[in-house]
Design a protein around this ligand. Structure first.
Ligand code: CTP
Length: 448
């Protein structure tokens, strides 16, 4: 009999399509000698009947704070009984309730009363998983000591492709067994996108310490992977326009738009972190300058045009026009504050601004790459293709700003690359990954 014999595992099943996988996890734990009880949310019972878990576990299944055959206070009885609680699958809702400390049903009350380690295996739609709310909940729960078996990438029940698929049953079982034995969850099963970008600064780290860390990680079934920061853009010079422009009506009034500058600043930060020399020509935004990036602050479309075009010739390898430049500006801005009822401000005569992206595309020499953006609310690809042709740039990054996960100010974006080579649609991703995907794409154009 193994060391985990008769260890008591409380399996929490919440309402997602992956609930059926909890049956296999239950079986895997039993095979390893564990006694498994099951608690379910009410929604979970719509996916798999409690009778199934009752038959598999040999115990009554708890689904409610009331009417449980074995105890009148099931959340306390179960939390005291368990040596480990494993939540498979954990929905975004269950994670959020854990963070908030809610106890309005059996599952959340038992988790709040937990007296044992808790292992969580999330499964949900990719946008729900990458939503900053879920990612922040993940971080909070990790800081509180909750262990995770991270979801993997693949085709999800809703048809989307991305991260959100329940981890392999074997990985969940082995993580549970490791926790029951008092070991760390193997690194192979906690690896996730965030882990990929974590870097360890090795400069100046005594090799002996590194070797000791490696040995300690290996002893607990994990691994320390030391990745040096990727500096693949070293020697390249980027010019990025970002933010809105303000077009003066008079000294206190202006025409503006909803751009926050987040996309441009994130691209600039990642390009600098990847070794590039970066200049942002920025309209009025409230974002601080990224480390190591030169920021040229402008207000109007005309100032942005002058700042960008005058810098483009000087060794710039790539210009990325993320700015939401005003297309029109008041023809005759007043030099004093216009007075209501005395002066006419109901009609403002506008003139078209100069197109920076088109000017840079027309001026670009051999080896220079120019990238534009198309923020649209409808007919995304058709408009992006028209912009590619009209502006003469190498690549258009199209995003549908009518979507909440891709609109101005969002922390995620869903983009498509539109170029002479065709159209490539990407999943919704956090802005940092979107920035990297754009820079990767620019790299392939620059070295082509
Ligand atoms: N752009 C620019 N200078 C302008 C207007 C737009 O550099 N005066 C750039 C933007 O930075 C973006 C691209 O052109 O990279 C597309 O901008 P957008 O406002 O979507 O397109 P417009 O050409 O202005 O067309 P419309 O507003 O009709 O969609």
């Amino acid at each position: 009999m193994s060391e985990t014999a008769a260890k008591k595992v409380l399996l929490g099943v919440s309402g997602g399509i992956a609930a059926y996988k909890a049956c296999e996890v239950l079986r895997g734990l039993q095979k390893a000698g564990c006694d498994v009880r099951v608690m379910m949310t009410e929604d979970a019972t719509r996916f798999v009947g409690e009778v199934t878990f009752e038959a598999l576990s040999g115990h009554a299944v708890a689904t409610s704070l009331y009417g449980f055959k074995e105890s009148s206070i099931p959340h306390i009885m179960l939390s005291e009984w368990a040596d480990l609680i494993v939540v498979v699958p954990a929905t975004g809702n269950v994670m959020a309730k854990m963070v908030a400390g809610l106890a309005d049903d059996l599952m959340s009350a038992t988790l709040l009363a937990a007296a044992s380690p808790v292992l969580v295996a999330p499964a949900m739609n990719v946008r729900m998983w990458t939503n900053p709310a879920t990612q922040a909940n993940l971080e909070t729960l990790r800081q509180r000591g909750v262990q995770f078996v991270m979801p993997t990438e693949g085709r999800l029940a809703c048809g989307d492709v991305g991260t959100g698929k329940l981890a392999d049953v074997d990985d969940i079982v082995s993580a549970a067994l490791a926790l029951l034995e008092g070991s760390a969850v193997p690194q192979a099963v906690v690896k996730d996108e965030a882990a990929k970008v974590q870097t360890v600064e090795v400069e100046g780290t005594p090799l002996g310490i590194l070797e000791a860390l490696r040995a300690a990680a290996a002893a607990s079934g994990g691994a320390i992977v030391v990745e040096e920061p990727v500096r693949d853009l070293e020697g390249w010079n980027f010019l990025i326009t970002a933010g809105p422009t303000h077009e003066a009506i008079d000294p206190v009034r202006f025409i503006a738009n909803a751009s926050t500058g987040k996309m441009g600043y994130t691209i600039a930060r990642r390009a600098a972190e990847r070794g590039a020399h970066v200049t942002i020509v920025s309209g009025p935004v409230s974002i601080p300058a990224p480390d190591g990036v030169e920021v040229v602050r402008v207000t109007s479309a005309a100032e942005m045009y002058d700042a960008a075009t005058s810098r483009f010739g000087h060794g710039v390898d790539c210009a990325i026009c993320t700015a939401a430049v005003a297309d029109y500006t008041p023809k005759r801005p007043a030099d004093h504050k216009l007075k209501k009822g005395i002066e006419r401000i109901d009609v403002i005569e506008l003139v078209e601004t100069k197109d920076i992206l088109a000017a840079l595309s027309a001026a670009k020499g051999s080896g220079q790459v120019v990238v534009g953006f198309a923020a649209e609310t409808n007919d995304l690809i058709a408009y992006a293709q028209a912009k590619l042709a009209k502006k003469g740039c190498d690549l258009i990054v199209a995003n549908d700003v009518s979507r909440a996960d891709s609109t101005f100010g969002a922390d995620t974006s869903r983009i498509s690359f539109v170029s002479a080579d065709g159209v490539e649609n990407l999943d919704t991703m956090p802005l940092e990954q979107v920035a990297d995907a754009i820079l990767d794409r620019v790299c392939t154009i620059m070295v082509a």
